[in-house]
Design a protein around this ligand. Structure first.
Ligand code: NI
Length: 206
């Protein structure tokens, strides 16, 4: 009889342990930096965006409050990017031209993830190659990390062979409505037709 009592006791401990681990595992999964469960779920994804404090390419300090009142299209990258960023900013320039006057109803924003090299001056020089309405934002490492967390953007510094470094970063453009609420994304190399549909929806002309 005593043997059965012990068996039940150890069984109970095992079940309890399993439940604790499963709960912790679930917590880690959904609260991780890229928690797929969160990004995919509806209501939680509304939290994308959030407060930030950065410096624009003219050297002016800005926060998310300076952008309220008009929708935003926000892309994170860096000026030394060999591929994704110039492609995305070229596409963004194309969307701005295709939208005509509606383009002025959106704030087009390029946020650097490379605090070390992307000074406001470097951002200004880089953005001359694209539509002049695109606003460059940069900041200290902490300011950039905080802004990226708000948008759930992933990035990391990758050392290059022979010195120097590049940055890995996620490639979506985030759409926010005039109140700063998450309103969708443009995927990297999204078809122009789909992208323009999303952007017209964003300005209420869809
Ligand atoms: Ni890039």
């Amino acid at each position: 009889m005593l043997r059965y009592v012990r068996w039940f006791a150890w069984g109970g401990v095992a079940v309890l342990g399993f439940l604790v681990l499963a709960t912790m595992g679930g917590w880690l999964f959904t609260d991780g930096p890229l928690g797929p469960a969160r990004v995919m779920s509806g209501p939680a994804s509304l939290a994308i965006g959030g407060p930030f404090s950065l410096t624009d390419h003219r050297g002016l300090a800005v926060t998310e409050r300076d952008f309220r009142g008009r929708p935003m299209a926000v892309f994170f990258g860096f000026t030394y990017c060999p591929d994704v960023c110039p492609t995305t900013l070229t596409e963004m320039t194309g969307f701005i031209e295709a939208l005509g006057p509606d383009a002025d109803r959106i704030q087009w924003v390029f946020v650097s993830v490379d605090a070390e090299r992307d000074t406001p001056q470097a951002m200004a020089a880089y953005l001359e190659a694209f539509d002049r309405r695109i606003i460059g934002l940069t900041g200290t490492e902490e300011q950039i990390a905080s802004a990226a967390r708000g948008f759930r953007v992933f990035y990391r510094r990758v050392p290059l062979e022979g010195g120097g470094y590049t940055m890995d970063h996620s490639a979506s453009t985030f759409l926010l409505d005039a109140e700063g609420r998450f309103a969708g994304t443009l995927d990297y190399k999204e078809s122009e037709r789909v992208a323009l549909e999303k952007l017209r929806m964003l300005v209420g002309r869809g």
